[in-house]
Design a protein around this ligand. Structure first.
Ligand code: NAD
Ligand code: TYD
Length: 353
């Protein structure tokens, strides 16, 4: 079996759902259920013995040691993190605690476990660390996309904390020989995305008749990847990646934020037109820019394609349509996140147990 951390969050939940849809191999899912963790994302797995949910912290060494000893996973996939740049600007402390200290403790617990494994299991073991393209910093409009050789130049407390965790993972390979893999992925979008991030925020605000807040001039560029393409990349790296290597994962979809917002509006105009017949674009409002806002991210994903044969299955057009359709089909999920009642899910779900 595998141990997944942060598997109640956006990407982690998609990963666990996709993993169990494609294989019989069980997954233990360790998640602290911060504001971003939503056990309801995993509701379809209720009663499925292949999924073991554990409410806890990657920084809780005793708990992680117990899980490793009890379940003997062949791999750890580490999604657990504080992930929102704007939150990191308001309060960096949690980012250092989970992304840096938490990763350190997880690495140490895993190293001790791995060291004691019999030779065959030890050789097959993998620690896959899920990271971001934001560690590479910002690009000018003409600079080539980030390759795995780019220098780390993080600019936000979030990206600095992720860069630090990547360095720890790298060092645990070089110093202790831990068989690690690191993926650096671009911006994800898709189902279960917490509606304070750009794309889901625009969808839910548009439907609620609220302003669509675009930071600065809206010309910041991100590379967007449909979340299920990210989960397939992680499965592929876990299966065939070379320990010690890093793999950039991206969608070849560079777009300025304003274009993303206009695309979301156009899809909503088509699929759920406003009662007054006007376009949702009339709700777009330019607001004060984020401090230190990175201008452009772009991923060169040729290494993972060349070495592991991975390519995204979705284009931006197909992925964004699926995403808007998912939010339109799940108003109760959005309502429960907005009201905060999703946080009662674990208590309710397990009360009768
Ligand atoms: P998210 O914020 O939606 O989910 C994070 C999850 O981790 C939550 O379920 C949360 O409860 C859990 N968590 C937080 N602290 C924890 C701790 N100390 N112990 C255990 N669990 C903890 O984030 P996401 O968007 O799903 O991102 C997952 C990972 O992928 C992160 O490491 C992030 O840096 C990385 N990443 C995200 C993106 C993106 O576009 N969202 C892109 C590239 C990489
Ligand atoms: P976000 O989803 O926070 O991801 P990240 O900052 O990690 O790339 O934001 C994506 C882009 O959208 C980023 O350039 C900031 C911008 N943005 C807005 O313009 N308005 C918003 O309300 C939000 C949340 C983000």
């Amino acid at each position: 079996m595998i141990l997944v951390t942060g598997g109640a969050g956006f990407i982690g939940a998609n990963f666990v759902l996709d993993w169990l849809a494609q294989s019989q191999e069980p997954a233990v899912n360790l998640d602290k259920l911060t504001y971003a963790g939503n056990a309801e994302n995993l509701a379809s797995l209720a009663g499925d013995a292949r999924h073991v949910f554990v409410h806890g912290d990657i920084g809780d060494t005793a708990l992680v040691e117990r899980l490793l000893a009890e379940h003997r996973p062949r791999a750890v996939v580490n999604f657990a993190a504080e992930s929102h740049v704007d939150r990191s600007i308001h309060g960096p402390e949690d980012f250092i605690q989970t992304n840096v200290v938490g990763t350190l403790r997880l690495l140490e617990a895993v190293r001790h476990h791995w060291n004691a494994l019999p030779a065959g299991e030890k050789a097959a073991f993998r620690f896959l660390h899920v990271s971001t393209d934001e560690v590479y910093g910002t690009l000018s409009s003409t600079a080539p996309a980030f390759t795995e050789q780019n220098k780390y130049e993080p600019n936000s407390p979030y990206s600095a904390s992720k860069a630090a965790s990547d360095h720890l993972v790298r060092a645990w390979h070089h110093t202790y020989g831990l068989p690690v893999l690191t993926t650096n992925c671009s911006n994800n979008y898709g189902p279960y995305h917490f509606p304070e991030k750009l794309i889901p925020l625009m969808i839910v605000n548009a439907l609620a008749g609220k302003p669509l807040p675009v930071y600065g001039d809206g010309q910041q560029v991100r590379d967007w990847l449909y979340v299920k393409d990210h989960t397939s990349a992680i499965r592929r790296v876990l299966e065939a990646g070379t320990p010690g290597e890093t793999y950039n994962v991206g969608g070849w979809n560079e777009k300025p934020n304003i274009e993303i917002v206009q695309t979301v509006c156009a899809l909503l105009d088509e699929l759920r037109p406003r009662a007054d017949g006007r376009s949702y674009t009339t709700q777009i409002t330019y607001v004060k820019d984020r401090p230190g806002h990175d201008r452009r991210y772009a991923i060169d994903a040729r290494k993972i394609e060349r070495e592991l044969g991975w390519k995204p299955a979705e284009t931006f057009d197909t992925g964004i349509r699926k995403t808007v359709q998912w939010y339109l089909a799940h108003p109760e999920w959005v309502a429960r996140v907005q009201s905060g009642s999703y946080r009662d899910w674990v208590a309710k779900q397990y009360a009768a147990a």
